[in-house]
Design a protein around this ligand. Sequence first.
Ligand code: GDP
Length: 193
Amino acid sequence: MLDFTRAEFIKSAAGADGFIRDGLPQIAFTGRSNVGKSSVINTLVRRKNFARVGSTPGKTAHVNYFRIGPAYITDLPGYGFAQVTRSERERWAKLMEAYFSSGCVTCGVLIVDARHKPTGDDVTMMEWYRDSGCPVIIVANKLDKLKKSEIEPNLGTIVGTLGAEDGSVIPYSAQTGLGRDALAAAIDRAVGK
Ligand code: GDP
C-alpha cells in the first residue's frame, strides 16, 4: 500500500529536460482549471495546504512531482481556462505532449466536475491517457454540490461521455472527504502496490 500521507514535494519541471526518469511509477493528476485538482490531492495526502488551492488558473505550466515512497504523484497543469493567451496554451500543449510521450506515466487520475457533462478538453485528455496505454481513474469531484437525485444520472453522463467502464468513476468530494479511500485503493491497484 502506498502511504499517501508521507508525500513530499520534490520538484517542478517546466520542460522535458526537467522530467524525473528514475523508473518509479508516476501517477498523473489532470483536470480543468478550478475542478478541484489541488483539493483532491490535499485530501489524498490528508494535508490542508499541500498542493496549492486557488492559484491563478492556467498560469502555471509545470509538472509538479510529489514523492510518495516508491512512486510519484505528478500534478499536471490545469486546462480549459478561457483567459489564457495563445502562447500560454501552446506552452501547455508542448509540456503535456512531452510528458505523455516520455513513457513515464504509469496511471492517470482524471478529475472532472460531477455537476457537468465532461467538456471537449476532458474527452481529449481521456484520449491522451488511452493513447499512452496507461489505466485511468476518473474522479467526479464536487459531489457535495449535487442533489441526491442528480448523482446517478450525472455519473452515467460522465461514464458515457468519456467512454469509461461502468462503475469506474469515483464519486468524490474534496470538501467532505468522500471517495478518498476509494481513490487511494484504485491508485494502489493501478500501480500494483
Ligand atoms: P484546481 O484549480 O483544480 O487545483 O482547483 P482547486 O483545488 O484550487 O479548487 C477550486 C475551488 O473549488 C476552490 O475554491 C475549492 O475550495 C473548491 N473545491 C474543490 N473541491 C471541492 C469539492 O469537492 N466541493 C466543493 N464544494 N468545493 C470544492
